[in-house]
Design a protein around this ligand. Structure first.
Ligand SMILES: *Cc1c(COP(=O)(O)O)cnc(C)c1O
Length: 423
């Protein structure tokens, strides 16, 4: 198949606008290596670029647009809330914040919620809460939080330190003290680290922070037996289990929370990406046993404002009304079967297909020189948006509203893209 036939045809219904990437790059910091594509419109699981070309969106703003684009329920919620009240600060009671917290508490193992604006900020809140717990409940002077290799927890100083990937830390020293790292899904490594770091009341492990499924690190699901053993260790020692649900939570795994796939409950967990369906919001959630923040301990000016909370509550209610957990589980199964069929066709190219619900990864084999970014680029030219999760894994995180025919379409486009690349 020639590259020309793979280029999707312009959609004539759109009204293309002029966009100049050079002008953009002259004004915006170069923190991102961007694809040469400017998106300006979306509907459902499809987005259109400034030249009017349509793309099937299996990125969803990186696992964020739970309800896709321009969902009527979100349009209504955004419009009504901005007309009513959008921001007032936490000096006052905010009914929408309370309603969203009540929904989250009713639908999770948590008893209390703190709202902020992003995943990194939610994890900062979790880290501060765990440290306060360490100082005031466990009486540890110099608490250590264990995190996993290949994890991802955000881009603030504390969260790049928590992130067990040196590439995110390079050139940003001095990092935040109080973190140590272990291989993921390796219970012996946790036991060893806890023993090695045991300095009695002076310095010891106070918490373990893990993703139920590592997203950025390559779509690696946690093992049930591992997480159950981690939970047991935390219970035995009285230390905290913190789960980063920023990417896998809010229904993406086919269950509302990633931990439901593991048969355990965390003491603290965080949410962000899917929570607002694309409107910025983050949350740190905890059980009443570690609900120890006092007035003045933590804050966020925007955190929990009427706008973000009103919209996020609509996202949560729509998840329920449209039965999207079931859709995520079923469409995920369909997607994995299709990816597996492609993998079987290219045994020298593809090593593994893995994931939960609608967070899935296709891992290229170590022998091939092909990289995830090459597949992403060819798929993009063919009208399918995908995102790498590291150099060897292609990630599939469509909106949770994705239909069976859209999954088939994505599989067909991907199949052609791989055929073209391997030709
Ligand atoms: C994206 C992500 C974060 C960071 O979220 P931001 O909103 O970008 O700060 C943290 N943890 C996980 C697991 C993520 O996937």
């Amino acid at each position: 198949m020639s590259p020309e036939t793979l280029i999707s045809q312009p959609n004539l219904e759109t009204n293309p606008s002029v966009f100049d990437p050079a002008e953009f790059d002259a004004a915006v910091m170069t923190t991102y290596g961007r694809f040469p594509l400017a998106l300006e419109r979306g509907q459902g699981c499809r987005v259109w670029d400034t030249e009017g070309r349509a793309y099937l969106d299996f990125v969803a703003g990186i696992a964020t647009c739970t309800l896709g684009h321009a969902h009527p329920a979100m349009v209504k919620a955004v419009t009504e809330q901005i007309q009513k009240l959008h921001h007032v600060s936490n000096l006052y009671y905010i009914p929408e914040q309370g309603a969203l917290a009540q929904w989250l508490v009713a639908h999770s193992c948590a008893d209390r919620v703190f709202f902020c604006n992003s995943g990194a900020e939610a994890n900062e809140g979790a880290i501060k809460l765990a440290r306060k717990y360490a100082h005031t409940v466990l009486h540890i002077d110099d608490p250590v939080i264990l995190t996993a290799h290949a994890s991802f927890h955000g881009r603030t100083l504390a969260t790049i330190t928590a992130t067990g990937q040196p590439k995110y830390q390079k050139n940003f020293a001095p990092l935040v003290p109080g973190f140590a790292y272990v291989p993921f899904n390796d219970i012996e490594a946790i036991k060893t680290a806890i023993a090695e770091l045991d300095g009695g009341e002076k310095r010891r492990v106070a918490a373990i922070l893990l993703e139920p499924l590592q997203g950025e690190g390559g779509v690696r699901p946690g093992d049930v037996s591992y997480f159950q053993a981690v939970r047991q260790i935390c219970d035995d020692l009285g230390i905290l289990l913190i789960l980063d649900e920023v990417q896998v939570g809010m229904g993406r795994s086919g269950k509302l929370w990633g931990y439901e796939n593991l048969g355990i409950e965390p003491d603290i967990f965080t949410s962000a990406k899917g929570l607002g369906g694309g409107i910025p919001i983050g949350a740190t959630l905890c059980k009443s046993s570690c609900n120890i923040f006092q007035p003045g301990d933590h804050a966020s000016t925007y955190g929990g404002n009427p706008f973000a909370c009103g919209v996020a509550l609509t996202v949560c209610q729509t998840l329920e009304q449209e039965n999207l957990l079931v859709n995520a589980a079923q469409r995920g199964e369909q997607l994995r079967q299709g990816l597996q069929a492609i993998a079987t066709q290219y045994p020298n190219l593809i090593a593994e297909v893995r994931g939960w619900g609608l967070i899935n990864g296709l891992e290229l084999s170590a022998e091939t020189e092909m990289t995830s970014i090459e597949i992403v680029k060819v798929a993009m030219a063919a009208g399918l948006l995908l995102v790498p999760a590291g150099p060897k894994v292609v990630r599939f995180v469509p909106p949770l509203i994705v239909t069976a025919s859209e999954v088939d379409e994505a599989l067909a486009t991907l199949g052609k893209a791989i055929a073209q690349l391997s030709a």
